[in-house]
Write a protein that binds this ligand. Structure first.
Ligand code: MG
Length: 284
C-alpha cells in the first residue's frame, strides 16, 4: 500500500492510493500516527473496506506524517561517498576515523508537504543544502530488538529531505540548530508500507535541482544498515511506534562541490526513491 495524508474539503485525512496511483480512498483514522499505531494488518483491513476513490488531482497532498510525535532520529555520514565529500568540505567537522554511526536529532514542528516550500531563512542562512534520504517509520514500539528481528518493527518508508544550513551545522558543532529550522523537513509523497519491498530495502535514491541530477545511489549502500541502527538505538532507547529514522544521504550535496553553489530562492529540489515517488519542493 501507498498511504498518504491529504486535505479534502478543508479536512486533513489519511488515505490509501489506488493501484494505478490516480485515486485516493479515505481511511478511518484521525491522522497517520493513529494509522501507524493501529498496525499494518488493521490498515490493510480498513483499506479493503474503503469507499470509492476520489481523483488524486482533486486533493492536496500533505506530508504523510505532518506532525511527528517526536524529533526525527537521523544518521549522519552513512554512505561512504558522502563521507568523503563531507570530509573534503570541512575535515574538523566531518572527518572521522572509523564508521561509528553518527546519530542526531532533527526538530520537526510541521513537516513540509510535497510541493511545499523550503524556507530559505534569508538573513540567517547563506549555505542552504539538500539531502535526499530514505526515512524508516516504526510500526511497533521497539526496545532491545535484535538485528534479525528489526524488519518486524517497520511500518513503512518515505522520502525525507534533510535540509541543512551548513554554516549553522558546522559553527555550533552539534547539528541540531542547523538541521532543525522551520521548513527544513520535507517528507513524502507517501508511505510505502514495509510489505511492498524487500528488507532491508535496496532502492534507487536520487536528487535533482532544477532538473539537474545531483545525487544518485541505492539504499543498499548504507554503511550502518537499518537492522543495525534499530538494534543499536533500541538497545538503550525505547523507540515508540511512529518513530521516524532518516537513514542518511549519499554524495552529491552542494557542500560536496568543488566550488559549492548552495540553494537559492526559486530552486526546485526533487528527491526521489524508487517505489515511493518524487518529493518536490521549492526554495522560498
Ligand atoms: Mg542527513
Amino acid at each position: 500500500m501507498k498511504l498518504v495524508t491529504y486535505l479534502a474539503e478543508g479536512k486533513e485525512r489519511v488515505g490509501v492510493l489506488t493501484a494505478d496511483g490516480a485515486g485516493v480512498c479515505a481511511l478511518p483514522y484521525e491522522d497517520m500516527n493513529e494509522a501507524v499505531a493501529a498496525g499494518l494488518e488493521a490498515v490493510e483491513a480498513a483499506a479493503a473496506k474503503a469507499e470509492a476513490p476520489v481523483p488524486l488531482g482533486s486533493v492536496k497532498l500533505l506530508a504523510p506524517i505532518p506532525r511527528p510525535r517526536q524529533d526525527v532520529i537521523c544518521l549522519g555520514i552513512n554512505y561512504m561517498d558522502h563521507a568523503k565529500e563531507a570530509e573534503q568540505y570541512d575535515k574538523e567537522a566531518f572527518g572521522k576515523e572509523k564508521p561509528i554511526p553518527i546519530y542526531f536529532s532533527k526538530r520537526v514542528t510541521r513537516a513540509v508537504d510535497p510541493e511545499g516550500d523550503i524556507d530559505s531563512h534569508p538573513g540567517l542562512v547563506q549555505r542552504l543544502d539538500y539531502e535526499s534520504e530514505l526515512a524508516v517509520i516504526l510500526g511497533k514500539t521497539a526496545k532491545n530488538v535484535p538485528a534479525d528481528k528489526a524488519g518486524e518493527y517497520i511500518f513503512g518508508y518515505t522520502v525525507l529531505n534533510d535540509v541543512t544550513a551548513r554554516e549553522l551545522q558546522t559553527a555550533h558543532k552539534q547539528w541540531y540548530f542547523g538541521k532543525g529550522l522551520d521548513g527544513f523537513t520535507p517528507m513524502g509523497p507517501c508511505i510505502l508500507t514495509a510489505d511492498e519491498t524487500a528488507f532491508p530495502p535496496a532502492l534507487d535514491i536520487s536528487c535533482r535541482v532544477n532538473g539537474e541530477q545531483r545525487q544518485s545511489s541505492n539504499t543498499r549502500l548504507l554503511m550502518t544498515t537499518i537492522p543495525e541502527m534499530i538494534r543499536e538505538l533500541s538497545s538503550g532507547m525505547t523507540l515508540l511506534a511512529g518513530t521516524i529514522v532518516a537513514t542518511g544521504t549519499p554524495s552529491g550535496v552542494c557542500m560536496g562541490m568543488e566550488d559549492p553553489v548552495f540553494l537559492k530562492s526559486g530552486d526546485v529540489v526533487e528527491c526521489e526513491i524508487e517505489g515511493i515517488g518524487v518529493l518536490r519542493n521549492t526554495v522560498k
